[in-house]
Design a protein around this ligand. Structure first.
Ligand code: AP5
Ligand code: MG
Length: 209
């Protein structure tokens, strides 16, 4: 968990490799629906471009069905879900029904000014979705993904107005989810201000038993 630009999409794939559990990003799932111009994608796009949240019932349905896939049986790394208390409650209920529970909620904490700079310079691979930063972590060849050679693109919701709204939406709707997990003794907070490697080291040591 963390505000836009905190590094969820940078760290979750690393944690996924480390823990051998699939990375499930609701933002990536929604962007795939938008790219496919599906009914869900067409409906979600208006919310996403403005930086608003897609309605809870859509997101809960999406995650509940993802949890039923074979590769989720040993656990998953969620990125970008839950981001309302209603989503957190629905997730707990779905896991309880399946005989499981959340292990840990990880909050990546970064100053606002840094977040805005990160989002302004972000470029993402169209193919494998690896995030780059044009100044802090550029690809070896301009405009080309190091991992798959895919083309890099900037996200529609990284425009300044949408970023401003996404930060406000985080404060209003997602910060209470941090309190939800804190109250259940499931929350750890990691400083997301260092280098991507440094943040990953903190994540691994904070999540190791
Ligand atoms: P989503 O895709 O989840 O976007 P977000 O939460 O706004 O977060 P970002 O993906 O922008 O940031 P990130 O934390 O992943 O940062 P990243 O690693 O890329 O959601 C998009 C939209 O979908 C929402 O607005 C909403 O409309 C909808 N949605 C999704 N889930 C939903 C849900 N559950 N309910 C309702 N609606 C939902 O890093 C950012 C940049 O910083 C990159 O350039 C990266 O290279 C750079 N960077 C990262 N770490 C570092 C570092 N340590 N040092 C220097 N640079 C760094
Ligand atoms: Mg992301």
């Amino acid at each position: 968990m963390g505000p836009p630009g905190a590094g969820k999409g940078t760290q979750a794939p690393r944690l996924s490799d480390h823990l051998k559990a699939p990375h499930v990003s609701t933002g990536d799932m929604l962007r795939a629906e938008v790219a496919a111009a599906s009914d869900l994608g067409l409906k979600a796009r208006t919310f996403m471009d403005a930086g608003d949240l897609v309605p809870d019932h859509v997101m809960i349905g999406m995650i509940v069905s993802r949890l039923q896939a074979d590769d989720a049986s040993e656990g998953i790394i969620l990125d970008g879900f839950p981001r309302t208390v209603a989503q957190a409650v629905a997730l707990d209920e779905a896991l309880y029904d399946a005989g499981g529970s959340i292990d840990l909620a990880i909050s990546i904490d970064v100053d606002r000014e840094v977040l805005v700079n990160r989002l302004a310079g972000r470029a993402t691979c169209k193919g494998c979705k690896t995030p780059y930063h044009l100044t802090y972590s550029p690809p070896a060849t301009a405009g080309e993904c190091d991992k798959c050679g895919g083309e890099l693109e900037q996200r529609e919701d990284d425009q300044p107005e949408a970023v401003k709204n996404r930060l406000q939406v985080f404060d209003k709707q997602t910060a209470p989810v941090l309190d939800y997990y804190r109250g259940r003794k499931k929350l750890i907070t990691v400083d997301g201000a260092g280098s991507p490697d440094g943040v990953f080291e903190s994540l691994v040591s904070a999540t190791s038993p």
